[in-house]
Each structure stands twice: as C-alpha cells, then as structure tokens.
Design a protein. Structure first.
Length: 317
C-alpha cells in the first residue's frame, strides 16, 4: 500500500515488524481509535472500534470450516465481519451455502463475499526458484485432530510412519498442523522415530522447501492438499478411514472431496499405502492434466496482491 497507510499488528509476533509497522497486544485493540480497516486471517472476537472488518480466509479450497457441532458458533462470529476475502470461486460458494444454512430467516446482515485469489500460493510460486526440487521424500500433513476427530488420520500416524519407514527407502517428513506442533502426540511420535535417519519432524513456518523435496503428500482433509498439488504438481494420497461419515455429514458434496481423485488418490486402509506409494509415478501421470485444469479455475492466480489492494482502495472510498 502507499505511504498513507500505517499497519498495527494485534497478534503475537517474534520478529521485528519493520518501519511504519506497530505492535500492540490483542486485548488492547478495542482502546485504539480511528482505525479504518481491521484485517485478520483468523476469526477474531476483539476488534478496533468502528473499523471496517475484513476476514481473509486461509484455505484455498472449500474444505470443512469446523466440525458440525461448532458451525453455528462460527456463524455467529463471522457475521461480525463486513467483508470476507476468499481465495477461490469454490470457497465463495461454500460460504454462500454456509450463511444460507444459518441465516435462513434473513435476520442477520451477512458479510460481503469477495474473490481475491490466494496470496500464499502466489508467494510460494514467486519463490519456487529459490529452492531445489529433489523428489526424494514423502510428507505426512494431517489436519487438526481436535477439529475433525473421527475424520482425522492422527490415530493412525504411528502405524503409518512405521509402515513407510520399514518398506520405503525415502525420507519420511511428518509435518503436524501448525496448531498442534507442541501437542503430546507430536512429541511422542518424535521420540519414537527420531533415531531413524529417514524420519524428520518439520515444524518450520514455511513448508516450501519440504514440499519441493517430496514426490507425494499424505493427508486426510487438510486444505494443504490443494496448495501442495497446485504448487508441486505431485500427487496427494488421501487417507480416509471414514468415508461413510463424510457422506452422512454431506461433505461429499464439497468440491474438496469431489476433486480428490483429480489431484491424487483416496485410500481407506493402511494396507493400501505401500502399493500406492510404489505406483505414485503412474498416479502422477494420470492426474497431470486435471491438476492444471483445477488450477486454471482459481481466482486471480498470480495477481492476488493487486486484487486485494484494489478491493481495499474501493472499500476505503
């Protein structure tokens, strides 16, 4: 943005935020006056007074927002925002349906939904040349187990990692969900496997390096699946133990689940994992065109920053 903008951070940061950037603890935000725009990529409950509130959704696709028991609570929190900046058309459709479901009587004013593109993917693609692609590892990246308990793969991680380390001569990189990095389960897995030279726990802030090192990703219903596919053009193995529950919850109607086999393969049992990994080149060849087609459907691909800047200037008029 131009020189007329100053930025105040209202969240924890562990680094110097630079000239003209300021930091204040979140609890004090309500005491700051004359802030024009409040922008967050995490659903907040504390805002600066009389600001236009913008939520930037962090998931490139329409993966489930929260488990079904928390949806109504999330609705009540999201309607406090004025705008939702969304990365894709699929994401916009999901939020339209979400607000219709809980605003059926039209009593609440819902946020305006704006397609912006996905700044994270644009950033990663801009920096991809800085990293070497080696294709010699497998990344395991589950979703947050506390959000999607029965659909999470976390109860099978020990067995999965053990099977891969025993049968596959590749580096196995376990990348827990950022919100679970310090959880007991992650610590236990590290202690169990850290003596194996082919095991690596990755809790870095930037996953670009490990994604480019890998030849496939194993996940459950984490939104990182589509970011990985669009960034690397490599296959995703979806470990889905409970397809029946996915159907019962109506998740199977979401593009995230409909498109899984366009970017990879779905397996329901760990007994399938070794055969699948050993045939990953065949799967990669099979999905190449479909990944490209899905990526072309993204909003403002490569231009998300300009789109966001344009929207902010329009909102401020």
């Amino acid at each position: 943005m131009n020189e007329n903008y100053s930025i105040i951070y209202g969240h924890e940061v562990n680094k110097n935020v630079g000239k003209k950037y300021f930091y204040i603890k979140q609890g004090y935000l309500k005491f700051i006056l004359n802030i024009d725009l409040f922008i967050s990529n995490f659903v907040c409950d504390v805002f600066t007074k009389n600001s236009i509130k913008i939520f930037m959704h962090h998931d490139i696709y329409d993966s489930p927002l929260v488990n079904d028991t928390k949806e109504k609570e999330l609705f009540q929190r999201l309607i406090k925002y004025d705008y939702l900046f969304l990365p894709s058309r699929k994401s916009k459709i999901m939020f339209q349906n979400f607000f219709k479901k809980y605003n059926f009587d039209f009593k609440n004013k819902i946020p305006r939904l704006m397609e912006t593109g996905y700044p994270k993917l644009d950033y990663l693609k801009e920096n991809i040349q800085s990293y070497k692609s080696t294709n010699n590892s497998i990344v395991i990246a589950p979703t947050n187990p506390f959000t999607f308990g029965k659909l999470s793969m976390c109860n099978y991680l020990d067995e999965l990692i053990d099977i891969l380390l025993t049968n596959i001569e590749s580096e196995i990189i376990f990348r827990p969900h950022p919100s679970n990095r310090k959880e007991r389960k992650v610590i236990e897995i590290e202690k169990k496997f850290n003596k194996n030279p082919n095991f690596n726990l990755d809790i870095s802030d930037n996953y670009l390096n490990i994604y480019l090192k890998s030849y496939c990703l194993i996940t459950d219903l984490s939104g990182t699946a589509y970011t990985y596919a669009f960034l690397t053009k490599k296959p995703v193995i979806f470990f889905s133990k409970n397809e029946k529950l996915i159907n019962n919850l109506g998740y199977n109607k979401l593009a995230f689940f409909e498109d899984r086999e366009k970017i990879g393969i779905v397996i329901q049992n760990l007994s399938e994992i070794i055969y699948t990994v050993k045939n990953i080149k065949f799967i990669e060849k099979k999905i190449k065109n479909s990944i490209d087609l899905l990526e072309k459907d993204l909003s403002n691909l490569g231009n998300s920053k300009n789109r966001i800047k344009q929207l902010i200037n329009e909102i401020k008029k």
